[in-house]
Design a protein around this ligand. Structure first.
Ligand code: ZN
Length: 450
């Protein structure tokens, strides 16, 4: 068993990130002790060989608390080294230096633990002030976007380095085996396009008065009538096709249902209609999953979140306690705390709304941490890697090969680390003017993801 010694300062934060990297990700045993001898983290292996991880962050946190000036202004990269094969790993905290003159003690200046803590807790997002109209931190302000490493799961890269260092010191444990896993997820914002009369009239009037497009009006009116004659004709009612595609590929689908909300961004459809009941049955009978898609205002509203979770549980016995925030609206750390308090098991909200990549710098599900209460939470985050909206599938339909190419590069990266590739495809995000068979396009992404 590895003996890990940490300073007493910020011990809760260090214990959390050490637990995630060593126990959850690598699956290795360790025991931890605290002392005031050093500001660094020391690993002592069974053979008495040591690795010292120099601290470049936690000791500053104790006096300053989380603030913008703790976010690095520049990023160094780790040069080629004998411990891992990944080139130029971005170093959030620390220096491009590994001292190994003494074979019994390696001193690593890449502050793996502070850097991983930065990425996973997302404390950065709690101190950045610029927000978009949905109160989300602008992607361009994220450190990973500023320094162009958002397409790299840098925490997985740190893990490779950490494992390489442990192997160099002849660790006598094996790391845990993992398998690549595709998570096919669908946020059901609108189960049907023509779900209720008021919204249908609004759409049709907007074609005439706002868009002034007579042919679009006729097209939509025809679509409205045929959908009312037979709900199978509703363009958003493509659940059977999505399920058939997942079944053929042998993967599970996760349908996250919006169940409430009164904002203009919530669809306000009834969840208790015969159509919805048959939809729950369809998903359940095919052994796929139903989860929650908490509405627009839930990001910092525990009571509303609880009401929506309890409500969906009552509607369908096949409810599972996982899902994703609507519009990816998320407040660090309140939203995770509320999910934890509602006894939800995992969220998959940590994805970019306007690009694909690694918002948390990782492709593994991990325990979360409340930076205010300084407690580890039982709710896990399984980061969202790519979604149809953030790739602009329909806007870029003429360049779909380019979009698919970028997407498949991310799949390859996640496969390399045997991680979870979380993909989001909306049943209701489509452009019938560009393509009348959205399922065929979905299948192209699905095939690349397998
Ligand atoms: Zn949504």
């Amino acid at each position: 068993m590895i003996k890990v010694n940490i300073p007493k300062g910020q011990a809760k934060e260090r214990r959390y990130i050490i637990n995630v990297l060593l126990s959850e990700f690598l699956g290795i045993d360790y025991e931890i002790s605290e002392s005031n001898k050093s500001e660094d983290i020391t690993f002592q292996l069974e053979n008495n060989k040591k690795i010292i991880f120099k601290d470049y962050f936690f000791s500053k946190l104790s006096t300053k608390n989380y603030s913008v000036d703790l976010i690095p202004q520049k990023i160094e990269h780790l040069e080629s080294n004998k411990y891992c094969s990944i080139k130029n790993i971005p170093i959030v905290y620390g220096k491009n230096m590994i001292e190994d003159d003494n074979p019994n003690t390696i001193i690593c200046h890449v502050d793996i633990f502070s850097s991983a803590f930065f990425m996973l807790t997302r404390w950065e997002e709690s101190v950045l002030k610029n927000k978009d109209i949905h109160a989300r931190v602008l992607a361009k302000d994220h450190l990973s976007v500023k320094f162009n490493f958002f397409h790299r799961p840098i925490v997985n890269e740190y893990l490779e380095l950490l494992w390489g260092l442990l192997k160099a010191q002849q660790i006598n444990q094996e790391k845990k085996e993992r398998d690549y896993q595709l998570y096919l997820t669908h946020d059901v914002d609108y189960p049907l396009k023509w779900v209720h009369l008021g919204r249908s009239i609004k759409t049709l009037l907007a074609d005439l008065l706002k868009r002034r497009d007579l042919s679009l009006f006729y097209k939509n009116f025809k679509c409205y009538l045929s959908s009312k004659l037979n709900v199978k004709n509703d363009p958003y009612n493509n659940f059977k096709q999505l399920i058939d595609a997942a079944n053929s590929a042998g993967v599970k689908s996760y349908f996250f249902f919006l169940n409430g909300g009164q904002s203009q961004y919530d669809s306000r459809h009834s969840m208790n209609t015969s159509f919805m009941k048959s939809l729950y049955d369809l998903i359940h009978s095919n052994n796929h999953y139903i989860g929650i898609h908490p509405s627009y205002m839930t990001q910092d509203n525990y009571d509303l979140l609880k009401k929506e979770v309890v409500g969906l549980k009552k509607l369908t016995p096949s409810f599972h306690p996982f899902g994703r925030q609507h519009f990816l609206r998320f407040k660090v750390p309140t939203t995770w705390q509320n999910w934890h308090d509602c006894q939800l098991s995992w969220s998959s909200t940590m994805g970019f709304s306007d690009r694909i990549g690694f918002r948390s710098g990782v492709c593994y599900a991990h325990s979360t941490f409340n930076i205010q209460t300084r407690k580890m939470l039982s709710v896990k985050e399984r980061p969202l890697i790519a979604m149809d909206v953030s790739m602009g599938v329909w806007q870029n339909f003429n360049n779909l090969d380019t979009v698919l190419n970028e997407y498949s590069q991310l799949v390859t990266t996640v496969k390399k680390y045997k991680g979870d590739f979380v993909f989001l495809w909306h049943n209701s995000y489509q452009d019938q003017n560009v393509c009348t068979d959205s399922t065929a396009v979905f299948k192209r992404f699905l095939n690349v993801s397998l």
